[in-house]
Write a protein that binds this ligand. Structure first.
Ligand SMILES: *Cc1c(COP(=O)(O)O)cnc(C)c1O
Length: 374
């Protein structure tokens, strides 16, 4: 059976976690700080703050952005449901907009949905393909909105020669095993703003005025205060120890993933009535997922394709979900029609792509896809 994805974890990560366990400092300690510094250096961001996962990163981003009850935040429905949920956590309203053929927000549709209540745009770099950050920045400036990036999938992707994480005030990443690098679970927020940086660091640890490291190194007794209602969104030092090793391998993993994607692109380009992923000029994807769209006229439909791939021993997944059709959102979204998003979601499929994927598996996948679609 060829799996859909596989994390690339080796003895390096195990040793790093082992050493950290024996060091005695197991949460929010020196490894976390090191991981943050290395992540900031990698992305070119001024600051990075590690948190428990990307969903908590997005929650904190909403809070520091000042998104409050009744505010509207425009986001895609076609995304993992956490993108919409984080808006709900601050009692704001997710306003779902359409996506383009790269499965990223359609800027014209977004602009139509801006109202006097709109506070921010949550720009998702779907499956690792960067969205047009500059265009959205211009739109946000014009309407005085905040731009928040959901870069859960986009670690190591780049836009106009700069890594995702560099460009804006709040960028949130995930280290879930389904992403390109993993810490088991984990997340990171990068920011250019010192005020955001300071507040995120407070909020992730109960808004405690003195952090563990300061207390530990103070050499005298100090009592902490809790400055506002905070959260426990800490990352552990075991996770950070794994993350440091994963980050060292990130560019290598991406270049290997891109080689496999290039083989798929070459092999599938002659198949009629399907749409392959493509990079526009200045865009660089980490190929976190390789998605093909089976358009009208394709030899078989998406679900039949998935079933037959399974029979051949190859896992696939349905394309990216839409939040507005999930039970949690169905009621409030009654009457909302997003035909593009629904079409892409219902007719696309994710193919296996991971490192190290054996060459024979790559070839048998290519042959299976061709046999079913040509
Ligand atoms: C995976 C994912 C998330 C959630 O990340 P977690 O680390 O699992 O919380 C959020 N948004 C998008 C677009 C994702 O793909």
């Amino acid at each position: 059976m060829i799996p859909i994805a596989k994390p690339y974890l080796t003895k390096d990560e195990a040793q790093s976690a082992y050493d950290t366990i024996l060091s005695g400092w197991v949460t929010q300690g020196p490894r976390v700080q090191e991981f943050e510094e290395k992540f900031a250096a990698y992305t070119g961001a001024k600051y990075a703050v590690a948190v428990s996962n990307c969903t908590t990163a997005l929650h904190l981003a909403m809070i520091v952005a000042g998104v409050k009850e009744g505010d509207e935040v425009i986001c895609p429905s076609m995304s993992y449901v956490a993108s919409a949920n984080c808006i709900k956590y601050v009692s704001a309203i997710p306003v779902f907009a359409e996506v383009n053929d790269q499965y990223n927000l359609d800027i014209n549709d977004v602009e139509k949905r801006i109202t006097s209540k709109t506070k921010a745009i949550l720009l998702v770099h779907q499956i690792g393909m960067p969205a047009d950050i500059d265009a959205f920045r211009t739109l946000c400036d014009k309407h005085k909105l905040l731009l928040i990036e959901d870069a859960a999938c986009a670690i190591g992707s780049a836009y106009k020669n700069k890594k995702i994480g560099y460009h804006s005030d709040l960028v949130c990443f995930s280290f879930h095993p389904r992403k390109v690098i993993t810490t088991g679970d984990g997340g990171m927020i990068t920011t250019t703003r010192e005020d955001f940086y300071k507040r995120i660091k407070l909020l992730r640890q109960h808004a405690m005025s003195v952090n563990d490291r300061e207390r530990h190194t103070a050499g005298k007794i100090i009592f902490e205060d809790h400055l506002e209602v905070g959260y426990n969104y800490r990352m552990t030092d075991f996770q950070a120890a794994v993350g440091i090793k994963q980050l060292e391998k990130l560019d290598f993993i991406i270049s290997e993933r891109r080689k496999i994607a290039a083989k798929y692109n070459e092999a599938f380009k002659a198949i009629p009535n399907i749409q392959l992923p493509y990079e526009k000029e200045g865009y660089f994807t980490n190929y976190q997922s390789y998605v093909i769209l089976l358009k009208q006229g394709a030899k078989i439909d998406r679900n039949a394709f998935m079933e037959q791939m399974l029979e051949k021993g190859i896992s696939t997944r349905r394309g990216i979900m839409t939040a507005h059709r999930e039970t949690a959102y169905k009621n409030e979204c009654k009457g909302l029609s997003l035909p593009q998003s629904e079409y892409y979601s219902d007719n696309s499929v994710v193919l296996p792509l991971y490192y190290p994927m054996q060459e024979e598996d790559v070839n048998s996948l290519i042959n299976a896809v061709k046999a079913l679609l040509i």
